[in-house]
Design a protein around this ligand. Structure first.
Ligand SMILES: NC(=O)c1ccc[n+]([C@@H]2O[C@H](COP(=O)([O-])OP(=O)(O)OC[C@H]3O[C@@H](n4cnc5c(N)ncnc54)[C@H](O)[C@@H]3O)[C@@H](O)[C@H]2O)c1
Length: 332
């Protein structure tokens, strides 16, 4: 580990960002989070608010003056703030693109000007409609028509990657780019279309568990703690600079099997119902059959491999959801 650092996390009140903040504070670093709380929440960082090494800025990454002060203060920036979630992006297409393109440009520009290291959060969505069953970082990006709003998220994140790499080449910006595959764990909300929290919450309330399409699409899930360990390892490794890494779990499961597993583990009486994509997301929605990463690149550089199995992940998410339900009913 390098010495104690000053670390800025954009989107640090979100799901991944708040777990990252916990881990960095635990290592003795000073952490400043900027978040506009659009999808994140103060509850996620409530446990850190009294820590003298932690500060929170309620604001947007679009505010260049605030960002400039934060970028000057920081040694390293983890840029996680983004409009996230298929449903959120479909409901807020313009805001999503502004934050995901212009917001990232602001972060990169300030980091380059102040000579700060940046970790840029990208996504497995950038592989788009590529039909491979496993993705390596050099795989083609295959996106759909611009009339299909879904692709704007992938396109914006792909542009972020191009921008990050261009800043690295032309302005010597030390940037590390990571493509997160489905990352899951406590604090993730199901409100914006995230599959595991939605399935778990429906199962716990004995509500129908909605499986989109035929349910045979394969996805893989990585525990947030594993992802946080993986990205911290990359940021500490000088050889990661200027590179793009997949981070995820190479073991896949179909969405139908996931629904069956969650139903069983929660002892739920829910029905598992198949919903056509058009009904869930509107006409013309396109989805991928496979979304599983090849993680040999990060493994070879840092030794990273996920440690928490899907069953353990689900146990933790179910426990978290049960505890949140008790809070919601005032029984805790
Ligand atoms: N969770 C996943 O499976 C996954 C997969 C692929 C990529 N990612 C990427 O990882 C990052 C973190 O995602 P997450 O899952 O923690 O989602 P999240 O929604 O919990 O976190 C995003 C955070 O950014 C904040 N934010 C949004 N716009 C902002 C703005 N303009 N200024 C300041 N803060 C803003 C939100 O309030 C939220 O706290 C994102 O960049 C996302 O694209 C996540």
């Amino acid at each position: 580990m390098r010495g104690k650092e000053k670390i800025l996390i954009t989107g640090g009140a979100g799901f991944i960002g708040s777990h990252l903040a916990d881990a960095l504070i635990k290592e003795g670093h000073k952490v400043n989070v900027i978040d506009d709380l659009s999808t994140g929440s103060m509850e996620n960082v409530a446990g850190l608010m009294d820590n003298e090494n932690f500060s929170f800025t309620h604001g947007t990454i679009m505010d260049e003056l605030t960002m400039e002060k934060l970028a000057e203060w920081a040694d390293t920036i983890y840029h996680l703030a983004a409009a996230v979630g298929v449903k959120y992006v479909l409901d807020n297409p313009l805001k999503s693109m502004e934050v995901n393109v212009k917001g990232t440009e602001i972060v990169l520009e300030l980091a380059a000007r102040n000579r700060k290291k940046v970790l840029l959060a990208s996504t497995s969505e950038v592989y788009g409609k590529n039909t491979s069953s496993v993705f390596t970082e050099t795989a083609d990006i295959v996106l759909g028509a611009t009339k299909t709003t879904r692709w704007s998220y992938a396109c914006a994140k792909a542009l972020d990657e191009f921008l990050g790499l261009a800043y690295a080449r032309e302005k010597a910006l030390p940037v590390v780019i990571v493509r997160f595959f489905n990352t899951v764990g406590p604090r993730q909300t199901g409100r914006y279309g995230m599959v595991i929290p939605r399935f778990v919450s429906n199962a716990l309330f004995d509500l129908p568990i909605p499986v989109h399409g035929d349910g045979k699409q394969t996805r893989s899930f990585t525990y947030v703690g594993d992802v946080v360990r993986g990205i911290m390892g990359l940021v500490n490794d000088p050889k990661a600079v200027g590179e793009v890494f997949n981070i995820g779990n190479p073991e896949g499961i179909t969405i139908e099997d996931l629904a069956i597993k969650i139903k069983k583990m929660t002892g739920s009486r829910s029905d598992i119902v198949k919903i056509p994509y058009a009904q869930a997301y509107g006409e013309g929605f396109e989805d991928m059959r496979y979304r599983v990463p090849d993680i040999s690149k990060i493994h070879e550089l840092t030794g990273f491999a996920p440690r928490i199995s899907l069953d353990e992940i689900l146990e933790r998410v179910i426990e978290f959801a049960r505890a949140s339900m008790l809070v919601g009913t005032g029984k805790k």
